[in-house]
Write a protein of this length. Structure first.
Length: 352
C-alpha cells in the first residue's frame, strides 16, 4: 500500500471530530502520569541517541550533543516506540529505529535557527550563535544523512519510502514558510498547509513506521498515521497560541518570537480577519517594522487575545486532538492506548 504522502487529499481529508471532551485532569497531573509510564522507554531512547551521535569528527558530536541535550521532549521517537508497542511489537529494534525521528527533528531545529537568525533555543544560546551558521547547517545535514542510513540498515523498503517522502514534504514546508515570511495576508488554509508539512508529517511518519515495524495490518497503520498527523497539527497550533500568552521560561525562546520573525501564525491570521481598520493598521505597522519594541509586541499580543485569535487556535487544536484520539478506536483497550490518549490530551495543556 502507498504511503500517506502519496496524495494531498489522503492527508487533509481525515474528518475532524465534532465533539470535544476536555482532559479530565490538569496538565501537571497528566504530565506526571505520562512520564511515570514512559520512563523505561525514554531511558532506552536516550541510550540509543548517545550511541548514534558518535562521530570521528569531534565538532559533529559536540554540536549534536548540544542540541540533543537542550531539553527536547523526545516526543517523536516516543510516538514510534509506543505505536509499535500498540501493534504488538515485542522485539528490541524499536528504540534504535526511533532515533531516526529525533535526528530529523534536531536537524530541522538547527536549520530553522539559521534561517530565522535565532539567538535562543530552549532557554540556551542557539547553536548557530556558538558555532556559526556554516557549522550548524553541516551538522544538520549530518543528522539528516545519519537518519536515512539508520533506516536503510533495517532493510525495509516501506520504511524508506515513508521516510523519504516525509523528508521531502518537510523540505517543501520549510520553503512554503519562507515564501509566506513577512506576509500578513497569509490565510488559514495556506498556514495549515505549512504546519502540516513542517510538523505534522514527521509525527505521522513516526507512528506509521512504528506500525510497519510491528507488521501491523493496513487499517491499524493508517489509523496510527492519522493519529500522528492530527497530534502534530494540534501540537503546532498550541505552540502558536503559546507565543501570545506564554513566558520566556515556558517557551524557551523570546516571547512574541513569531511576530519578531515575521511569521503570521493562526492567532494573528484570525485576529487580522476580525480586526477593524484601525486595529488592522496598528498590527500591520508593528508586524512590518524593522525593529519592534517590547511594548509594541505586547500591544499586538493583547489585540490578538482580545480578537479571539488565541481562543480560536486552541479550539482548532482541540478538534484535532479529538480526531487523533478517535483514530485510536481501531485498537482494543490497553495501557499503551491509554498512554497515547493521555499524550494527545496533554498537548492541549502544555505550557512549553
Amino acid at each position: 500500500m502507498g504511503s500517506f504522502l502519496r496524495s494531498r487529499a489522503s492527508v487533509v481529508t481525515v474528518p475532524i471530530a465534532p465533539s470535544l471532551n476536555p482532559p479530565p485532569v490538569t496538565g501537571e497531573v497528566l504530565k506526571a502520569r505520562i512520564y511515570a509510564s514512559i520512563r523505561p522507554e525514554l531511558d532506552r531512547i536516550e541510550k540509543a541517541i548517545r550511541r548514534h551521535l558518535a562521530s570521528s569528527v569531534p565538532l559533529i558530536e559536540v554540536v549534536g550533543r548540544y542540541i540533543m541535550e537542550s531539553g527536547g521532549k523526545r516526543l517523536r521517537p516516543l510516538l514510534m516506540v509506543l505505536s509499535s508497542k500498540l501493534c504488538g511489537y515485542d522485539g528490541d529494534k524499536d528504540a534504535e529505529l526511533s532515533v531516526v525521528f529525533e535526528f530529523l527533528h534536531a536537524a530541522t531545529l538547527l536549520h530553522d535557527d539559521v534561517v530565522d537568525n535565532a539567538e535562543i533555543r530552549r532557554t540556551k544560546p542557539a547553536a548557530n550563535i556558538l558555532w556559526g551558521n556554516p557549522a550548524v547547517v553541516l551538522v544538520g545535514d549530518f543528522l539528516y544523512s545519519k537518519a536515512i542510513l539508520m533506516t536503510v540498515l533495517h532493510n525495509n523498503i516501506r520504511m524508506l519510502e515513508v521516510l523519504s517522502e516525509t523528508t521531502t514534504r518537510m523540505a517543501e514546508g520549510e520553503v512554503l514558510q519562507l515564501i509566506h515570511s513577512d506576509d500578513l495576508e497569509t490565510d488559514e488554509p495556506s498556514y495549515m498547509e505549512v504546519i502540516l508539512r513542517k510538523t505534522a508529517v514527521l509525527m505521522s511518519a513516526a507512528c506509521r513506521i512504528g506500525a510497519i515495524l510491528a507488521q501491523a495490518p493496513p487499517d491499524q497503520e493508517n489509523a496510527l498515521s492519522d493519529y500522528g498527523l492530527h497530534l502534530g497539527i494540534a501540537f503546532q497550533l498550541i505552540d502558536d497560541a503559546l507565543d501570545y500568552v506564554g513566558t520566556v521560561d515556558e517557551l524557551g525562546k523570546p516571547v512574541g518570537n513569531d511576530l519578531q520573525e515575521g511569521k503570521a501564525t493562526l492567532p494573528l491570521i484570525y485576529a487580522m480577519e476580525r480586526a477593524d481598520a484601525p486595529r488592522r493598521d496598528l498590527i500591520r505597522k508593528v508586524f512590518t517594522a524593522e525593529r519592534q519594541s517590547m511594548q509594541d509586541i505586547e500591544t499586538v499580543q493583547r489585540l490578538v487575545r482580545e480578537l479571539g485569535g488565541v481562543d480560536y487556535t486552541v479550539q482548532r487544536a482541540a478538534e484535532h486532538v479529538a480526531s487523533a484520539k478517535n483514530r485510536l478506536d481501531a485498537f482494543p483497550p490497553s495501557p499503551t492506548k491509554s498512554l497515547l490518549e493521555d499524550i494527545a490530551d496533554y498537548v492541549l495543556c502544555r505550557r512549553s
